[in-house]
Design a protein around this ligand. Structure first.
Ligand SMILES: O=C(O)CCC(=O)C(=O)O
Ligand SMILES: [Fe+2]
Length: 294
């Protein structure tokens, strides 16, 4: 009998959803279930209304515990950023007026445990590689098909914020992100976002600038708790995580799905967020279908 080498992703029959979900409560595998339909409808509605869906206690505590333990084991490999970034993660452009949002720089001090560091039996990889999850997220977003992302560093990282860290206002390079809170900060670490503050055809620099300078009318705050799931459209909704306080880090898993499986982050975005760019970032540094800055 020939030996089959290990697959690069978990295949469907190797993933036991029960390892991370309570299927009684969240039967996302059962396409005929009323509970699933109601959950999808609610997420869909919230995404339409404010670009964000929140499902409390989605991942079971035993799985969260394993994810937290994994994050702590591999945290030494996390790259701590000390970078000044604007919301678009672009470089300083002195040809623009000094009050332009592209010239608004804040210091990012959070870290990412890049996806390539995840352990072979990582629960986060399992969640990410589960087709049932991809289908569920696609239904919630009412967008499909969606794919796992080709981005080798940012496809499903953990973001780590230690006491005093800050993740500044920004737009994401990808269409939407799923987050799962693995460990809460003692204080702070709130997710703040300005729903749909720009659209595919309009950067809305005035509104963006107002939020950067402290206007709160368009800002929503989400206090996530351990085990919560969030689905978020980060390309149009500017967002940040407020300064964390205390000795326990805020750790959040970020399994990220996309509509174009081929695209990856631009080299400057990979360098700003994940600490380095790789050949793939340069080879696939292609035009985006929209004209938004990223
Ligand atoms: O930590 C979070 O909740 C959000 C992280 C984020 O916005 C990002 O990784 O782009
Ligand atoms: Fe983001």
């Amino acid at each position: 009998m020939s030996v089959i080498s290990a697959p690069s992703a978990f295949s469907a029959n190797e993933i036991r959803l029960e390892d991370f979900l309570d299927l009684e409560r969240f039967p996302i595998h059962d396409l005929t279930s009323d509970k699933r339909a109601a959950l999808v409808a609610q997420c869909h509605q919230n995404l339409e209304k404010c670009g964000c869906a929140h499902v409390p206690n989605f991942i079971i505590p035993t799985a969260i515990k394993k994810m937290k333990e994994e994050a702590f084991r591999i945290m030494d490999g996390a790259r701590r950023a000390h970078a000044w970034v604007n919301p678009y993660l672009t470089k300083e452009d002195t040809s623009l007026p000094s009050d332009h949002p592209k010239r608004f720089f804040e210091e990012r001090t959070s870290s990412f445990i890049n996806s390539d560091l995840l352990e072979a039996d990582s629960i986060l990889r399992m969640i990410y590689d589960s087709d049932v999850m991809v289908h569920f997220v696609s239904d919630c977003l009412n967008v499909g098909p969606i794919y796992r992302w080709a981005e080798p560093l940012g496809r499903n990282p953990y973001s780590v914020m230690k006491g005093g860290d800050y993740f500044p206002w920004h737009f994401d390079g990808n269409d939407f992100t799923v987050s799962i809170l693995v460990s809460e900060a003692e204080e702070g670490g709130d997710f703040e976002y300005a729903p749909d503050i720009r659209s595919a055809n309009n950067e809305c620099f005035d509104d963006v600038g107002a939020v950067l300078h402290g206007a709160r009318e368009k800002v929503r705050v989400l206090s996530l708790q351990t085990g919560d799931l969030q689905i978020f459209k980060g390309r149009y909704s500017m967002h940040r995580v407020t300064v964390t306080q205390g000795s326990s880090p805020r750790i959040i898993a970020l399994p990220t799905y996309v509509t174009n499986p081929y695209l990856v982050n631009r080299p400057h975005h990979a360098e700003a967020f994940y600490g380095r760019s790789m050949d793939i970032h340069h080879e696939r540094n292609l035009e985006r279908v929209d004209n938004l800055t990223d």
